[in-house]
Write a protein that binds this ligand. Structure first.
Ligand code: ATP
Ligand code: MG
Length: 669
């Protein structure tokens, strides 16, 4: 049998029960307000309108949801073939005004940020008025230190109100922020700062995570010798630890206090850059993606509101770090554009114990909880009481992002955490797309949500699949191929900093006229979408195309397995062989030989004989990026006996894991 990717998943998804949501999205209500003359009723009609008339659609959204200093004249001027995009031509706008000033005018005492600090129960609430004050003081401070419109400011800071205010302060004066995850090494800081020529670096004395301090300033000091563009360093006091200060290093809060709390916002062209951000580096050297102002803000605000059904008064809890795009769009910009209250989560999912997320949900009364499958897979190893003992009745929507969410993790999240009464939305998107592109919501009359699938395209998004020969796949059956997006949308990144050619070659050359995502997609006969993994994760075993995620899904279902990663390796007879890395749950004492037999049997039954792994390695952890994604390219190299050539591992979270899997691999041979 030649199994086409998705056959198994389809069968399994269809006999799973589906969830009917109680609180259906108000996306259509929003759209009706923006377009009162459109007599559209069904979701399909609204979506059709958004992709067939993107200029009218996004023009309407941008005009009604943002405050423009000078109205734009033409909503779009885009060329997918050339990779050239212009949204909201000649419009002038300031991001910080839209995120803060508008709300201060109507409700200054409303909570903007809740800083959920590492120690439970020590949260700090920041009103829009005080966010305004901090942001303006920092903006004045940056201006005083000669930061000009178009300059890049690097941030290497803990998740904190001052970090958010620093991002917004940059936007206030037209500087471009570049947030570097405050866990990266000195080398990673140096390469990123050198790449973008940042003139200022803002950091903290130390970070605090999981009860441990992280020497941020010390790490910055190690990098600075290689960062000649940096003229000044500002140091936020987080723990108050003594750190060495050079003559151009200043304590941030001390200087801020001396600044006025009003700073005239810069009037920015819609296409001016708002920020640049390096990708996770899962597939290679991180790319410094550049996002625009008007287009990004339009997409961030709109998707935040519609994908999560966000209403003012809700407490939005996205636990991503601000160092990733999820932190940019759904911790900072999306919630603040919508006048919301956003949680800044400084801690880890297991500090002080694996109940931390749910204890936080209870204490802060979080309405939308948005996290990553890697954390869910970690938490489901522990007893259910870590979830059950907390009141989660405030939750309405649960969200997942970053990697495919396997069915077991989806069900644990949905049934246990969400008590089966919340919408659980798997959201697919990328640093490149600026915001969510596939998600079960918004859809008013179609309430069905299936496990582990992002299902429906966001308004304005038109997913398309290509086969290996470069033909568009059409028809109503099961389709599997290379996922591309056809219609331009305002949130898309405009270039790779300093390397426009790489941008065009990576995203627009492979399928002319389309944006190439690099991911594989599956569309089922009902028209629902699923991500099958990265395109490089589809392997060919004795002529059968096999998505490695599919094998992982089966292995993950074994009750003793916490996490699994599957890769292909060159095989003299089969073309490619299947190599599985398996992490077991805590306290598993089943014999390894017995377990191997069970796992092989499960794959054989669940998929087919050809998919049974040639090698199964048990390991204590998987190599992951600092954003928690499995770095399959390292696993591929090890499986192929190329352990001396692992490529760029600068974004690897725990290099020790690699030594272990190399050693285990050598023992398996
Ligand atoms: P790099 O581009 O440097 O290799 P990266 O792709 O991991 O790194 P991000 O932009 O942070 O960097 O991640 C986007 C990718 O994450 C997507 O292309 C996809 O492979 C994966 N992803 C994100 N959300 C989902 C999801 N809901 N389901 C499946 N995959 C997802
Ligand atoms: Mg990517």
């Amino acid at each position: 049998m030649s199994i086409n990717k998705g056959t198994l998943t389809l069968a399994r998804y269809f006999d799973s029960r589906f969830v009917l949501s109680r609180s259906v999205s108000t996306a259509h209500g929003t759209l009706k307000q923006i377009f009162p003359d459109k007599k559209l009723t069904s979701h399909a009609d609204w979506h059709k309108f958004s992709v067939e008339q993107p200029e009218e659609f996004w023009g309407g959204v941008a005009r009604s949801s943002l405050k423009w200093m000078v109205p734009f004249q033409k909503a779009m001027n885009c060329d997918m073939k050339k990779g050239q995009f212009e949204w909201f031509q000649n419009g002038k706008i300031n991001a910080s005004v839209n995120c803060i000033d508008r709300h201060v005018e109507v409700d200054p005492e409303r909570i903007a940020l809740i800083w959920e600090k590492d120690e439970p129960g020590t949260e700090e609430k920041i009103t829009y008025r005080s966010l305004f004050q901090m942001t303006n003081q920092i903006a004045n401070l940056l201006r005083r230190h000669n930061v000009k419109k178009g300059d890049v400011v690097a941030l290497y800071m803990p998740v904190s109100p001052l970090a958010v205010a620093s991002m917004l302060a940059c936007s206030r004066i037209g500087a471009i922020h570049n947030v570097i995850f405050a866990g990266f090494s000195a080398d990673a800081i140096a390469t990123r700062v050198q790449d973008c020529n940042a003139v200022v670096l803002i950091t903290a004395d130390e970070g605090v995570r999981g009860g441990k301090t992280i020497p941020l300033k010390q790490t910055v000091d190690k990098a600075l010798g290689r960062c000649p563009s940096v003229k000044n360093v500002f140091v936020m006091r987080r723990t108050g630890a003594e750190v060495p200060m050079a003559t151009n290093h200043f304590y941030f809060q001390d200087l801020m206090e001396q600044e006025k709390s009003e700073c005239a916002p810069e009037s920015m062209q819609s296409e001016d850059s708002l920020f640049l951000l390096y990708t996770s580096g899962s597939t290679g050297k991180p790319k410094g993606l550049v996002h625009s102002t008007g287009g990004y803000l339009t997409y961030a605000g709109f998707t935040h509101k519609t994908a999560f059904n966000y209403q003012v008064g809700d407490i939005f809890g996205c636990v991503a770090d601000i160092g990733w795009v999820t932190g940019h769009t759904y911790v900072v910009y999306g919630p603040l554009l919508n006048g919301g209250a956003s949680v800044l989560f400084e801690s880890t999912p297991t500090y002080p114990d694996p109940g931390r997320y749910w204890e936080t949900v209870e204490r802060l009364k979080i309405s939308q909880f948005y996290g990553a499958p890697t954390a869910i897979r970690l938490l489901l190893r522990y007893e259910e009481s870590f979830v059950n003992k907390y009141d989660r009745s405030s939750l309405q929507t649960l969200g997942s992002v970053g990697e495919p969410i396997n069915v077991e993790a989806w069900e644990w999240f949905n049934d246990l955490v969400g008590e089966g009464r919340c919408d659980l939305v798997d959201t697919w998107w990328q640093s490149e797309t600026g915001g969510i592109c596939l998600t079960p919501r918004p859809s008013e009359e179609e309430a069905e949500i299936l496990p582990g699938k992002p299902m429906r395209p966001m308004f304005g998004i038109e997913p398309t699949l290509f086969d290996e020969k470069g033909n568009v796949l059409t028809g109503k059956g099961d389709l599997n191929g290379s996922l591309c997006l056809k219609t331009p949308w305002p949130g898309m990144a405009r270039t790779i900093f300093g390397d426009h050619e790489r941008y065009v070659n990576t995203y627009f050359k492979p399928y002319p006229g389309y944006f190439f995502t690099g991911d594989g997609g599956h569309r089922d006969p009902k028209g629902y979408w699923q991500i099958t993994g990265r395109m490089d994760d589809v392997i060919n075993v004795t002529g059968h195309r096999l998505g490695t995620a599919e094998v992982e899904d089966v292995l993950d279902e074994h009750h003793d397995v916490a996490e699994a990663a599957v890769v292909g390796f060159p095989h003299p007879i089969k073309g490619e062989g299947v190599y599985a890395y398996v992490v077991l749950k805590e306290h598993v004492d089943t014999e390894r030989e017995v377990m191997l037999g069970q796992l092989r049997e499960m794959v054989k039954k669940g998929i087919s004989g050809f998919a049974v792994p040639d090698h199964i390695q048990f390991c204590s952890g998987l190599p992951k990026t600092r954003s928690g994604k499995i770095m399959r390219r390292i696993l591929r190299q090890v499986a192929a006996n190329n352990q001396d050539n692992l490529g760029d591992i600068s974004t690897l979270a725990d290099p020790g894991v690699v030594d272990e899997i190399v050693k285990n691999h050598e023992e398996l041979q």
